[in-house]
Design a protein around this ligand. Structure first.
Ligand SMILES: *Cc1c(COP(=O)(O)O)cnc(C)c1O
Length: 379
């Protein structure tokens, strides 16, 4: 990547520290690593390497292709770990699951039937997690599905339920009454598989207290350093720093309009820096006239609309000789919290991370004595 590219610094030591933080919340329970969407956009192989080194034995991804790619990587480095697919098994995917030793999260009666039939063809029980819906109305068996299972125990006979799981809809708001409602529903649903270990919580849920931990927690966003309650959390270390270089600094008269749509008119004679990042790099267009960047120890506001490849920032308050083209501004990172940029953009940290795109020069930071896979000496 040329020096004019935006840059991502990804701190795998911080990621490992965040994993250990979740382990400390989990006590004796296990801590999985959620690495869907290419490790929240940060590189699933790099993230998985750091998590494996930190002791992680269970991964979750969303789709079967993600699981197959992760399995190929783990096999290449002779590492073993359980890989679960949140989306479950769809018709025609059974072979891909079996050959990559993937475990579906079974979300519905049809998925249970597909996996049960695959088990019968294999002549052995097949492992899977069973998802019950406790109030999110997305994945998982509803009340009718649970009644069906209770009446037809044969459906589950060929399946080894390694976890009974559910997912909280409102855990990022600890005061939301739905949290305790879902907790009670989950406790009641355990009667369906009384011997199966249980897993309810992602990052935010794990922070709601011991009652929400059960046997396995499934953090994603918190591992990547973003506060699960939508605000910075001092217990988590910053993993991702995104920067982009100033490519031009210009003067503009009072009354001049900045950017597409002329949405920002300068109230005073100003200096505007043009920065090499835009919505094609996941710097969301909704950040127009709203977000701030950090440079030289201070904030500078985005002026006007975010373009595909560029933003304009107002640097009038910076000393004239302090800034020069080539200088990188911090889009988010230790000085400009990603939670604040997300909020200013009407979004969430998850969307910012997974939208980063391919035009960043990526630098991984990792403790020199950590084991890295052959061919990944860049970590
Ligand atoms: C994405 C996801 C997680 C991880 O959630 P975070 O909020 O990123 O910690 C856990 N469980 C399920 C079912 C998910 O879809």
């Amino acid at each position: 990547m040329p020096a004019s590219s935006p840059a991502l610094s990804i701190n795998l030591d911080a990621l490992a520290a965040n994993y250990r933080f979740f382990q400390s919340l989990a006590h004796r329970a296990q801590t999985a690593g959620v690495v869907k969407a290419d490790g929240y956009g940060l590189g699933a192989e790099a993230v998985a390497t750091a998590l494996l080194n930190a002791g992680c034995q269970t991964f979750f991804v969303a789709r079967v292709e993600e699981g197959a790619a992760l399995r190929a990587f783990l096999d290449k480095i002779h590492a073993d770990a359980g890989i679960y697919i949140f989306g479950g098994v769809l018709p025609g995917e059974e072979e891909a699951f079996l050959s990559a030793r993937l475990k579906p999260v079974l979300n519905s009666i049809p998925q249970i039937e597909i996996w049960g039939a695959a088990a019968r063809r294999q002549g052995r029980k097949l492992p899977a997690a069973l998802h019950v819906d406790t109030g999110m109305t997305r994945f998982g068996l509803d009340a009718a599905g649970r009644r069906r299972l209770a009446q037809a125990p044969d459906l589950m006979a060929p399946i080894d339920v390694t976890y009974l799981m559910s997912h909280l809809a409102c855990a990022s708001d600890p005061t939301h009454p739905q949290n305790s409602v879902q907790l009670e529903n989950f406790r009641a649903a355990r009667a369906l598989q009384p011997h199966a270990p249980a897993s309810l919580s992602a990052s935010a849920g794990a922070m709601l207290g011991n009652a929400y931990v059960f046997d396995l927690i499934r953090p994603g966003i918190g591992l990547y350093g973003a506060g699960p309650m939508d605000a910075p959390d001092a217990r988590l270390k910053t993993v991702v720093t995104a920067t982009a270089p100033i490519i031009q600094i210009r003067n503009a008269e009072a009354g001049a309009a900045v950017g597409y749509g002329a949405t920002h008119t300068l109230a005073r004679a100003s200096r505007i820096a043009i920065v090499n990042v835009g919505y094609a790099d996941g710097y969301l267009r909704a950040a127009s006239n709203a977000a701030k960047v950090w440079l030289k120890g201070a904030e500078a506001p985005v002026a006007g609309r975010v373009s595909m490849d560029l933003i304009a920032i107002d640097v009038t308050d910076f000393a004239e000789n302090a800034l020069a083209p080539g200088e990188h501004v911090e889009l988010f990172g230790p000085n400009m919290p990603v939670e604040d940029v997300a909020a200013a953009s009407g979004s969430i940290t998850y969307e910012l991370f997974t939208s980063l795109g391919r035009r960043y020069a990526r630098h991984y930071r990792y403790n020199a004595s950590a084991w890295v896979p052959p061919g990944r000496e860049d970590l």
